[in-house]
Design a protein around this ligand. Structure first.
Ligand SMILES: [Mg+2]
Length: 225
C-alpha cells in the first residue's frame, strides 16, 4: 500500500537531548556547547543515533524547536547523520510566546510562559497536516495541533531511557495509516511495540457526523405515524 510520505516533525530539547550543567550518567553521550559560549553540555537520549538514521532514511523530517536558531543549528550539525537533509528547521521566532492564566491574571515570565508552535506552517513546505506528526515532550506548546502530537516523556539524562527505539517502531506503524489527526496517540509509550499495528485505531472522519448520519437513517426508516 503506497501512501503519501509521513512528515515527522521533531522537537529537540527533552525530546532528543537534554542541555544541563549536571554530569552525564555513565553510558550517556554528551555534546559540548563551548562553541556557543555556553558552559553547559547536551546529553544525548539513548538510541539517538540509530533513531535519526532510521527516520531520515524513511521519512521527510523537520525540526521545530522553541530554542534559538544558533543553538538548534549547532545541535543538529552535531547529531544528524551526515547525509540527512531536514525538510525545515523552525525555531523560536516561528513560535508565539503565550502566558498561562493564573487566578485570572497573566502570570509574568518563568514557568508560566510557553512558546506555542503552529504546525500549519508545514503547509508552506508542501506537507499536509493529515500526513504530519510532531513528537514533543511539551503538549501545551502544540495545543492548537493536538491531533498531530505524539507526546513523549521528557528526557532529562536517564541512562535507562528506552523511548527512541520504541518511537521508531511507533512511527512506522503510524505511517501505514491514513490520517494522523484521527488517531489516538496518547499512551503509546506503555504499549508493547509488537502490538502497535493493532493498537493504533484510526477513527472515522468524524464520529459526530457518523452519529448524525445514524440518527438520520434511523429516523428515515422509522414507521410513519
Ligand atoms: Mg521539548
Amino acid at each position: 500500500m503506497s501512501r503519501e510520505p509521513l512528515l515527522v516533525v521533531l522537537d529537540i530539547d527533552e525530546t532528543l537531548i537534554h542541555t544541563t550543567s549536571a554530569l552525564a550518567q555513565p553510558g550517556i553521550k554528551a555534546l559540548s556547547l563551548a562553541r556557543l559560549g555556553m558552559g553547559e553540555h547536551s546529553l544525548l537520549r539513548p538510541g539517538l543515533d540509530d533513531f535519526l538514521h532510521h527516520v531520515h532514511r524513511h521519512y521527510p523530517v523537520g525540526y521545530y524547536t522553541a530554542a534559538s536558531r544558533d543553538y538548534a543549528e549547532h545541535i543538529l550539525d552535531a547529531i544528524l547523520p551526515r547525509h540527512a537533509r531536514p525538510a525545515f528547521l523552525l525555531t523560536r521566532r516561528n513560535c508565539t510566546l503565550r502566558h498561562r492564566l493564573e487566578g485570572g491574571f497573566f502570570a509574568a515570565g518563568g514557568q508560566s510562559a510557553f512558546h506555542e508552535k503552529n504546525l500549519a506552517k508545514v503547509k508552506r513546505y508542501g506537507f499536509r497536516l493529515e500526513r504530519t506528526v510532531m513528537v514533543d515532550d511539551l503538549p501545551i506548546g502544540l495545543r492548537g495541533n493536538y491531533g498531530n502530537l505524539v507526546p513523549i516523556r521528557p528526557f532529562t539524562g536517564e541512562s535507562d531511557d528506552d523511548r527512541l527505539p520504541r518511537l521508531a517502531r511507533f512511527l512506522d506503524a503510524l505511517a501505514a495509516k491514513r490520517n494522523m489527526r484521527f488517531i489516538e496517540k496518547r499512551g503509546w509509550e506503555s504499549v508493547d511495540p509488537d502490538d502497535y499495528p493493532e493498537w493504533i485505531i484510526e477513527r472515522p472522519a468524524s464520529l459526530r457526523a457518523l452519529r448524525v448520519r445514524a440518527a438520520q437513517s434511523a429516523a428515515d426508516s422509522a414507521p410513519e405515524r
